[in-house]
Design a protein. Sequence first.
Length: 69
Amino acid sequence: MNDTTESTESTSYCAAPEPGGPKPEPATEGPFAACVLCQEPTEYPESTKGITLCPVCEWREAERTACSG
């Protein structure tokens, strides 16, 4: 018997789940939801539940929450 076990989990500090859960599918035609930060139109349909961000605010949020090291 082999008593040594190897962990298959990797320790990554950058692997935190995205806030808000999975992203909805982009809409192909309007009406579009407004960004909750700047009120610009997003690429998501108006019926999308949760926080919707425009591409610029999504990028800024990703930069803000990214690992720094």
